[in-house]
Each structure stands twice: as structure tokens, then as C-alpha cells.
Design a protein around this ligand. Structure first.
Ligand SMILES: *Cc1c(COP(=O)(O)O)cnc(C)c1O
Length: 376
């Protein structure tokens, strides 16, 4: 059996090696390493793929979120509502900009932000909502968009984990994840569904004015060279990464399909098991399986993780500590017990290897090892 990895970037690269190598070499020979034509081409390709008017490439997903928030002209003390069950970047940039992160709980089936809880968390200081499409599946966006419209709030989608997923409206109409709110943000970190070979990120919007503002912000607040009208940052996607992303974007839908195929094998193995709940599929989103995350019952999943590791099966816990219980974000407003769903999930979840290169032998081995743990 081939060695099992949490994410197998080597096998994936080997399948597209000639495309990648020639794209990278072309950039090296062009010497246009920063803001070269590949960046513009990738920007256009991604706009077409997402069906959105403006894509602004940047240095990473965290910057994407930060730049989006900078563009909204929020003031210190303004409140931004987001989820307590996410990767830290979402909350980090809110705090870093002097804004107040207001956390709310998630739904126990999809792990995604609870729209009802969002409504209850709104105060006169609320300015924006940051839903995170966790593990590859869209947040239920329509209730959030209704709330945002009613209260005049911005929605910034953290789409670092769900690029390529479709949001499905009740009438069957579809829109790409990250293109429903005012601004969408994504990451091209190597292990993400559309990953480059270093750091990268992008911001998307249909709003031309926001787009121009964000283009200025990522470039030191500069529109005319060496004239700075606002405070910006330096956040660029480099040309080599853009060239790699152009190649991989052409494979993104096939990659999502490979992930879904692996998920079906896992589902079949675990369906109906009393100690395991398989990932819920929501009716308003396709799932691109950034992670395949099980909820366990009646076990210590760190013991399961150890057991799997002994059988050469990597497994990870995303995320072991909800945001309101992290030392850095512990806040007088929050205490243990405030977000019971996030807290219970952080004790119960475990993610199995999920990537584009898993074969049936590997999947059977992984599933068998999980089931064996419960037989002890
Ligand atoms: C990965 C990730 C980010 C940050 O992206 P980077 O490119 O690593 O900065 C933000 N939010 C979520 C939910 C993520 O998974």
C-alpha cells in the first residue's frame, strides 16, 4: 500500500508535473516575478470560474480577510460577528484591527455558524458578519443576507476551505461559495482545495468601488506610484504561485470530485455506527470536503488518533479549542459553557486523511483501522 498522508501533495504534483514545471519555468525565464502577466491571467481565470466581476490576488488568506475589513472603513469598537468554531485567522484579523470580535455558536450537524445566533448577537455597534464555510460546505447564507440587508451590515465570507463549492438556492439556482456576500476571501495555502506551492490568497467582490479600494490597500495604499492616499499593506501573490494556480484551477472540479468519491467510501464504512457520525450534507450546498470530519461518541478521540497513527494512518483534530476558550481571545464577555455546541464539537471531532489522491486500498485501510478501534 502507498503511504497514507493527511494531504498528498507529492502524488498530486506528479500527475500534473509537466504542466506545472513548464508554467514555473516560463515565469523564471520571464523574470517578471512580481505582478507579472501570470498574476493578471490567473485573476481573470478565477473571475471566470467563480462568476464574479473582481478578484484581487493577495499574499495569503489571512491578509485577504484583513484587507476586506480595512476596505469597509470600520472603526475601533465596531463589532464583527463570527463563529467560535473556526481557524484562528478569522478572529485574529478582527482583533488586530481594533474591532471587537463577537462570537456565536455553530450548528451541530454542519459545524457552520448558526444564523439564529447571529441575529441574537446583533447590537447597534455591529458592522459586519464573517461566516466561515467550514470544512468545504457553505453556511446557510440566505438568513444571513436577510439579516445583513435589514440591519445594513456587510458580509465577508471566509471561503478558505470551500473554494469550488456551490451554494444552492431553493429554486435550484447555484452560485459559487464566496460570491454571495459583499466580499469573499480565500487562501491558497498548499493544503487548501486550491493550493499553491507557498503562500497565496485572494479577495472577490462584485462591487467595483470596494474592488478598487482593496486593490489600493494591498499595494501600500498607493494608486499613483509613490503617492499614498490611505494606509495600506504589502500583500501580493507572486507570479510563480499564480502560474501554479492557473494550472491547478483547471483541475479544481476534478479534485473536488475525487474528494467526494473518497467521502462516499468513508460514509459507507461508518454509516449507522453507534460511535461515529458521518459529516452531514446540507441541502443548500455542495460539499468539496476540505476535511472529512467525524463526530465521535463515548471515546477519547486523541486515543483514536494515537491508535490510527500506530497503523500508519494520520488523523487531525480540527479544532481542539473553540475561539472563546483560547488564551489570546479569552474575554470577560465569554466563559466556558457559553457556546455548548462548539465546546462539544471540539471534544468530539476527528478528521481523516482527505485529498485528491486516495485510492481504494488506502481508504479501506483507514476505515478498517477506525472501526477496529471501536472493537477493542
Ligand atoms: C487557512 C485558513 C485561513 C487563513 O489562510 P492563510 O492563507 O493560511 O493565511 C483563514 N480562514 C480559514 C477558515 C482557514 O482555513
Amino acid at each position: 500500500m502507498r503511504k497514507i498522508h493527511m494531504v498528498d501533495l507529492k502524488s498530486q504534483y506528479e500527475k500534473i508535473q509537466s504542466e506545472i514545471d513548464s508554467a514555473v519555468l516560463d515565469v523564471i525565464r520571464s523574470t517578471q516575478y512580481i505582478n507579472g502577466p501570470e498574476v493578471k491571467h490567473f485573476q481573470k481565470d478565477l473571475e471566470d470560474y467563480l462568476g464574479i466581476r473582481h478578484v484581487i490576488p493577495c499574499a495569503n488568506g489571512t491578509d485577504a480577510l484583513q484587507v476586506a475589513m480595512m476596505a469597509l472603513d470600520l472603526r475601533p469598537g465596531d463589532e464583527v460577528i463570527t463563529t467560535s468554531f473556526t481557524f484562528v485567522a478569522t478572529v485574529e484579523v478582527i482583533a488586530l484591527l481594533g474591532l471587537t470580535p463577537v462570537l456565536v455558536d455553530v450548528l451541530p450537524d454542519t459545524f457552520n455558524i448558526d444564523p439564529e445566533a447571529v441575529r441574537k448577537a446583533i447590537t447597534p455597534k455591529t458592522k459586519a458578519i464573517v461566516p466561515v464555510h467550514l470544512f468545504g460546505q457553505c453556511v446557510h447564507m440566505e438568513p444571513l443576507m436577510e439579516i445583513a440587508e435589514e440591519k445594513g451590515l456587510f458580509i465577508i465570507e471566509d471561503n478558505a476551505q470551500a473554494i469550488g463549492a456551490d451554494y444552492i438556492f431553493p429554486d435550484g439556482r447555484r452560485k459559487k461559495a464566496g460570491t454571495l456576500g459583499h466580499i469573499g476571501c480565500t487562501s491558497f495555502f498548499p493544503s487548501k482545495n486550491l493550493g499553491c506551492y507557498g503562500d497565496g490568497g485572494a479577495i472577490f467582490t462584485d462591487d467595483g468601488e470596494l474592488a478598487s479600494r482593496m486593490r489600493v490597500i494591498v499595494n501600500h495604499g498607493m494608486e499613483v506610484r509613490y503617492y499614498h492616499d490611505s494606509i495600506g499593506v504589502n500583500s501580493r501573490l507572486d507570479s510563480i504561485q499564480a502560474a501554479i494556480l492557473r494550472v491547478k484551477l483547471r483541475h479544481l472540479d476534478a479534485y473536488a470530485e475525487a474528494r467526494r468519491k473518497a467521502s462516499t467510501v468513508y460514509d459507507k464504512a461508518f454509516q449507522g455506527h453507534p460511535g461515529i457520525t458521518i459529516p452531514a450534507r446540507s441541502e443548500f450546498s455542495t460539499h468539496v470536503f476540505h476535511q472529512y470530519t467525524l463526530k465521535t461518541k463515548g471515546i477519547d478521540r486523541f486515543k483514536l488518533q494515537e491508535f490510527l497513527n500506530q497503523r500508519e494512518v494520520p488523523a487531525m483534530v480540527y479544532y481542539p479549542v473553540p475561539m472563546h476558550m483560547q488564551k489570546a481571545y479569552r474575554d470577560a464577555r465569554y466563559r466556558e459553557g457559553d457556546f455548548p455546541v462548539s465546546e462539544a464539537l471540539s471534544q468530539a471531532v476527528i478528521s481523516l486523511p482527505m485529498h485528491t489522491e486516495l485510492d481504494n486500498e488506502q481508504l479501506a485501510h483507514i476505515a478498517g483501522a477506525v472501526l477496529d478501534f471501536f472493537k477493542q
